[in-house]
Design a protein around this ligand. Structure first.
Ligand code: ADP
Ligand code: ZN
Ligand code: ZN
Length: 736
């Protein structure tokens, strides 16, 4: 009797046993439809055995193995298993979350992948070259069929925008025929032939000496696992290094995976990659795609038709049978870490994946995470450096002291004067407002009343557009009061500077200037941001006011001055990672200045102009700054010298969560006394959406030891039935 063990998308650690005599060893990773509770549910076969702890008569049978659409390869399963174990998350849930939604259930829409087309004997005799020169797509499609024999409709469509027409022609010519019925798992190993013919690339610029050295180092050995750190100042041409490495890997007939943060905001990068490899199948994977697109792109990656996958963190699980290179751009970006549910780090998993597959990986950044920097400094990663900007000098960075200065609407006179000069020279100005650790709450200057959210320990943020107060954490909103609810004072005003307030102030100071505000509110609609970018490039904007989203890799050649407000709020934060983040953020923002031919300037308003962080930034000496921070981390016993995990708990009342964590801590002491378990504390965001949250930090100098501890602890906590609190484990937490 054959028994398959299936993982489902349920928050339980177990796999579920079913009878399935049809299963063959190759079905590990296959999707199945199986009775679960009262319904039929899609799951994935993770093991095949011949015995079960469940009594045989009670074992249900699998309804059907879903062979018509692809599942996971053994390589994929290996990564998924690692992720589930390392991040202490149920294997079934991790497996299912790695599938695109379209494959997580059985629906009519997957019919596309059910229709298959096969190469005919006639088609096998025609060489693609014998087709008309101009029929590019048709030639490619025929080559594709000759490499794979059978393709489903999704794979055809993924080949090129006009592939449907080409398919019709091939059907008409009798080179290809519709094929009824199910298809065996269609994995590609003959993709090399196709890749060879398809890699034509537009020649890039002549590399600089530094770029040449980096590319040489990277391409020296492409067939083994080597982790690289590419440390390059902004504008140093890191992308060009990626493109050359991708080109080499494509020529070897392999696939490349390029992970980036928040891709929806950087269509420039996608356009660059597509422009460089016009004949190569490139797909993107990110949360901005609709379900159908995501499914098609996933299948294209899985079948090997897509040779480059460009995606955000979720793409780290993209199935890539011919994977040859992984690149993680802006590797320090916190969006690589999922912040709820299955809390994985895509950057760290990318390194694991590269090691499992024996392929090189490049982590690129101007300001690498200290964990990464430490790996390079201790020679676990090879270091490649691009210390110079390509075309021009780096921006000059100055501090504008604000302590004994009369600010005008939050702007220092020196900054206002600098803006005036740049505007007079017809150059563009960016005013960056650091939103981290800050939001414009409403304050009563008479009695000190502050607009708090009654459901969270957050302040309600004033939005001037609708004069409403919004909670950015739980979504609560209410009209802004006309007068103070406590004392009746009618003169309520916002604390500090929000983007809208600065926008108003700038408009008042520079009535001729065209001011554009760019933040989460003004870019909510999908198309708005690209429209704004076009306006900025066409110089229809003089002053940009914005938040974090403006810090990311946009290139505005006419922008020569960056003013930074509110940087100090991160300087003395309780989070030990705050200085690292502030440095990275300011480096990125500063990188926006002077991308064209004009010398750029960055003015940082601060009460602490002599702070060493600002000094390091002025010297643009990341290595020095990072080494100093590492010394502090070492003596304080923080990562990367210690490994951490958080046990998070939430309950209607804080005390319930704290008491539960205290019992959990006691259980932990019995498991391994050498793992440090701290006292439970209220979480940074203590109240969220009406529930109260607390957390417990555990720490060890040995990653292995911490892992063993967490596994045992989680089992013990799970067995403790009817828990009073909802809890979860966050491994390598970024926010404490
Ligand atoms: P980074 O990603 O390191 O911030 P980019 O990759 O955006 O830098 O490169 C900055 C600019 O320099 C881009 O416009 C890019 O096209 C250009 N560039 C890169 N390498 C070269 C080169 N070797 N010669 C000329 N221009 C280059
Ligand atoms: Zn008041
Ligand atoms: Zn709230």
């Amino acid at each position: 009797m054959k028994i398959v063990r299936v993982g489902f998308d349920v928050p339980l650690d177990t796999l579920f046993d079913y009878r399935c005599d049809a299963a063959v060893p190759g079905d590990i990773g296959a999707r199945v439809l199986a009775p679960f509770g009262k319904r039929n549910v899609v799951g994935v076969i993770l093991e095949i055995t011949d015995s079960s702890a469940v009594a045989l008569p009670r074992l249900k049978a699998i309804t059907r193995i879903l062979r018509e659409a692809p599942g996971f390869s053994p390589d994929d399963i290996k990564l998924i298993r690692f992720a589930a174990e390392y991040y202490q998350h149920p294997l079934g849930a991790v497996t299912m979350s790695a599938l695109p939604a379209g494959l997580r259930r059985v629906r009519k829409q997957t019919a596309k992948s059910l229709t298959h087309f096969a190469l005919t004997t006639l088609g096998a005799t025609r060489t693609p070259d014998s087709l008309p020169q101009r029929a590019l797509t048709k030639r490619r499609l025929l080559a594709l069929f000759q490499a794979h024999e059978v393709l489903d409709e999704a794979a055809v469509i993924a080949c090129a925008p006009s592939a449907k027409t080409a398919l019709k022609q091939l059907l008409g010519d009798g080179y290809v025929a519709l094929r009824e019925g199910a298809l065996k798992a269609n994995r590609v190993d003959a993709a090399d032939a196709l890749a060879d013919s398809a890699v034509t690339q537009i020649v890039g610029p002549q590399l600089t000496t530094d770029q040449t050295a980096a590319v040489a180092k990277l391409c020296a050995n492409l067939s083994v696992f080597v982790p690289h750190l590419l440390l390059g100042v902004t504008g140093s041409g890191k992308t060009e290094v990626y493109l050359r490495a991708i080109e080499t890997i494509l020529k070897k007939g392999r696939q490349a995976l390029l992970l980036v943060p928040e891709i929806s905001l950087t269509p420039q990068l996608e356009a660059t990659v597509r422009g460089r490899f016009p004949d190569t199948q490139i797909v993107s994977l990110h949360s901005g795609l609709n379900e159908g697109e995501r499914l098609n792109h996933w299948i294209a990656a899985q079948s090997g038709t897509a040779r480059i996958v460009l995606g955000t963190r979720l793409a780290v699980f993209a199935p890539l049978p011919e994977l040859g290179l992984i690149i993680v751009d802006e590797e320090h970006d916190s969006s690589f870490k999922q912040s709820e549910g299955f809390r994985y780090s895509a950057r760290d998993l990318a390194v694991v994946r590269a090691r499992q597959r024996g392929v090189p990986i490049v982590l690129g950044s101007a300001t690498p995470a200290l964990e990464t920097w430490h790996n390079a400094a201790s020679n676990r990663y090879t270091l490649m450096q691009l210390p110079k900007r390509i075309n021009n000098t780096p921006p000059r960075i100055h501090c504008v002291p604000t302590r004994d200065v009369r600010l005008q609407d939050g702007l220092a006179p020196a900054l206002i004067a600098a803006i005036a000069r740049r505007l007079a020279a017809k150059e563009q100005v960016l005013i960056f407002i650091n939103r981290r650790g800050y939001a414009p709450a409403l304050l009563c200057h008479d009695c000190g009343w502050l607009s708090n959210c009654h459901r969270c320990s957050a302040k309600l943020v004033l939005h001037l557009r609708d004069r409403r107060l919004h909670c950015h954490h739980c979504g609560y909103e209410t009209p802004a009061p006309q007068a103070c609810p406590d004392c009746g004072n009618a003169d309520l005003s916002p604390v500090g500077q929000g983007t809208q307030r600065v926008e108003a102030a700038l408009a008042a100071h520079f009535p001729q200037a065209r001011v554009l505000r760019i933040d989460r509110d003004s870019t909510r609609n999908k198309g708005t941001w690209s429209g704004m970018r076009t306006r900025i490039e066409a110089r229809e904007v003089d002053i940009l006011v914005g938040t974090q989203i403006l810090a990311k890799g946009h290139d505005f050649p006419n922008l020569s001055l960056v003013g930074v407000l509110n940087a100090d709020s991160l300087l003395y934060s309780t989070d030990f990672r705050a200085p690292e983040r502030l440095y990275a953020l300011l480096t990125q923002v500063a990188g926006r200045a002077g991308r064209g031919s004009v010398q750029g300037d960055v003015l940082i308003q601060t009460d602490f102009p002599d702070h060493p962080l600002y000094a390091a930034l002025r010297d643009q000496s990341f290595a020095h700054f990072a080494d100093e921070l590492l010394k502090e981390r070492r003596s304080a016993g923080f990562p990367p010298f210690q490994y951490q995990a958080l046990l998070r708990a939430e309950a209607p009342k804080l005390d319930t969560a704290i008491q539960w964590l205290k019992r959990a801590a006691a259980m932990g002491q019995d498991i391994d006394g050498a793992v440090t378990i701290y006292d439970p504390v209220p979480a940074g965001m203590m109240r969220l959406a009406g529930r109260e949250r607390a957390q417990l930090l555990v720490q060890s100098a040995s990653r292995n030891r911490l892992q063993k501890f967490l596994a045992a602890w989680r089992i013990a906590l799970t067995e403790k039935r009817a828990s009073a609190a909802r809890w979860s484990i966050d491994v390598d937490p970024l926010e404490l």
